[in-house]
Design a protein around this ligand. Structure first.
Ligand SMILES: [Zn+2]
Length: 177
């Protein structure tokens, strides 16, 4: 019988509480601190109280048995809480994708680096939507139905492709004698 989500996580947490008190874990954390140059992979700052964050959990793995790319060195406190929140969000998205398919994710607000990219590209993205006639000239940006993030979910891929192509085109023009 398959365990349900809550039961699975409850068991994992129990195992992790045990793991955290072992010599192996302490040795592993100090080894990772040295290996990653005592730098937090979340905020980029060196020093302070650093610990190991897991990007995902897998049943049957002790906390120090994960591959190197599954863990991140982060500050205890805020940096670690943010990293945990990202993992929860990622898990939630994985469940949505599994249950309802990738299209269902288009109804979810972007988060993390995706949200950062949207914030950074807001002006060119809006211009692109109009110029490429995805939206009419007199589009109301404050309409309740289609906030910008929903348009981003729908069109980001095409926008990236187009802007990358025109960037390459621009570079070619610049390179001309
Ligand atoms: Zn940090």
């Amino acid at each position: 019988m398959e365990l349900d989500e809550d039961e699975f996580h409850a068991q994992l947490r129990k195992q992790h509480r045990k793991d955290c008190r072992t010599k192996e874990w302490k040795a592993y954390v100090s080894e990772m601190r040295a290996k990653r140059g005592h730098r937090c992979e979340r905020c980029g700052r060196r020093g302070g109280r650093l610990t190991v964050h897991h990007r995902y959990y897998e049943d049957g793995l002790r906390l120090w048995e994960y591959p190197d790319n599954a863990v991140q060195l982060v500050h205890t406190g805020r940096c670690h809480r943010e990293a945990d929140r990202d993992r929860e969000e990622q898990d939630r998205r994985d469940r949505i994708r599994k249950e309802f398919g990738p299209e269902a994710l288009k109804e979810e607000r972007p988060y993390g680096s995706e949200l950062g990219e949207l914030a950074q590209s807001e002006t060119p993205f809006k211009r692109w939507l109009i110029d490429s006639t995805r939206l009419p000239q007199d589009w109301d940006w404050n309409n309740g139905m289609w906030p910008l993030w929903r348009l981003w979910n729908e069109f980001a891929e095409e926008f990236r492709r187009d802007t990358k192509a025109s960037y390459v085109q621009g570079q070619l023009e610049l390179g001309k004698p």
